[in-house]
Ligand binder design. Sequence first.
Ligand SMILES: NC(=O)c1ccc[n+]([C@@H]2O[C@H](COP(=O)([O-])OP(=O)(O)OC[C@H]3O[C@@H](n4cnc5c(N)ncnc54)[C@H](O)[C@@H]3O)[C@@H](O)[C@H]2O)c1
Length: 264
Amino acid sequence: MATGRTHRPATRSRGIPEATVARLPLYLRALTALSERSVPTVSSEELAAAAGVNSAKLRKDFSYLGSYGTRGVGYDVEYLVYQISRELGLTQDWPVVIVGIGNLGAALAGYGGFASRGFRVAALIDADPAMTGKPVAGIPVQHSDDLEKIIHDDGVSIGVIATPAGVAQQVCDRLVAAGVTSILNFAPTVLSVPDGVDVRKVDLSIELQILAFHEQRKAGEEAGGENAPETGAETPAAAVPPAPRSTGGGRKGPDGDVPAVMPA
Ligand SMILES: NC(=O)c1ccc[n+]([C@@H]2O[C@H](COP(=O)([O-])OP(=O)(O)OC[C@H]3O[C@@H](n4cnc5c(N)ncnc54)[C@H](O)[C@@H]3O)[C@@H](O)[C@H]2O)c1
């Protein structure tokens, strides 16, 4: 797995640590569920449990947002949704392109959770001429020859790579050259990007391998007659901070990308 080296410091310019930033989506997901149930306020303990985070950590995280809640009442759900959305840059629309519209790309294109969170799928791009013009999830696929024009015309800054691993670096290079500065990589390969470009990667097989490790350990402990380890809690993988980021200049070498779903 990538070590997550990038050019950014562990603390953002506005003073919010990367570890806190990584937990904000977890809070937002829990708060959105509360909002949908018209719950007006929530205590730090309740919200921490819903987000799978320690409540002291939650209070510390929210202090960076200037949100302290009201004693005996808790946090205002709607206001916190607004605050976190604003902090994450979700109060604006982010056009996204997906490159590689095979099994995975098509599934991502049809995923309603992007649009509902402010990520508009602006274009679907594939190198297969047979797919050009065919609608996937209601969006016509465009040929990769037009990638640069599409990025430019739609003002896209976020690209999703769902191509075979062998072409992912080349696709990444084209996206970056065209002006994309954030990449979500699903291809099982480590991408090199220049400074100023953020890469997050998702690899579900790595998550399964980590679960396999824990399964093996549990089985070993049971066989050894030891007490079973603590179970039952969802590990907030995405809340784990990225590894320290280098501040060196130049193109980020291999491992310059960061896993979007990080193991604990
Ligand atoms: N991260 C994960 O958890 C996860 C899960 C499933 C698949 N994957 C990976 O996602 C990728 C896609 O998997 P899939 O099952 O959808 O494969 P697929 O073969 O169904 O689709 C790949 C698509 O990419 C297109 N393509 C090939 N070269 C291209 C290029 N240069 N530019 C644009 N498009 C190009 C192909 O025409 C095809 O439509 C693979 O790398 C796979 O290993 C990752």
